[in-house]
Design a protein around this ligand. Sequence first.
Ligand SMILES: [Zn+2]
Ligand SMILES: [Zn+2]
Length: 99
Amino acid sequence: MDKKIVQAVLERSKGLCEVCYAPGAELHHIIYGKGKRKQHETVESVALLCWDCHRGTYGVHGREGRELDLELKRKLQHEYWKQGYSWESIREMMGGKLY
Ligand SMILES: [Zn+2]
Ligand SMILES: [Zn+2]
């Protein structure tokens, strides 16, 4: 992962999980897979999470994590929208679809 992105995410989160504010443990790519990670990697698309919010049962990668995963994706596309991107570019940045 780009060092500047890591640095910016750690500063934004102050080292805390960006979902529950427990001490952060792992960086998560809100948009992942599809082999286009680099292209979609922005400061906004990476979140610092605690282990539970990342890999626990209700964590983004967990068995019951679909809701949190969607929530992070919706927040991300809203953030891009606030920054003034068109929905067409946002769709592209979200990996080809909107959430
Ligand atoms: Zn958490
Ligand atoms: Zn992850």
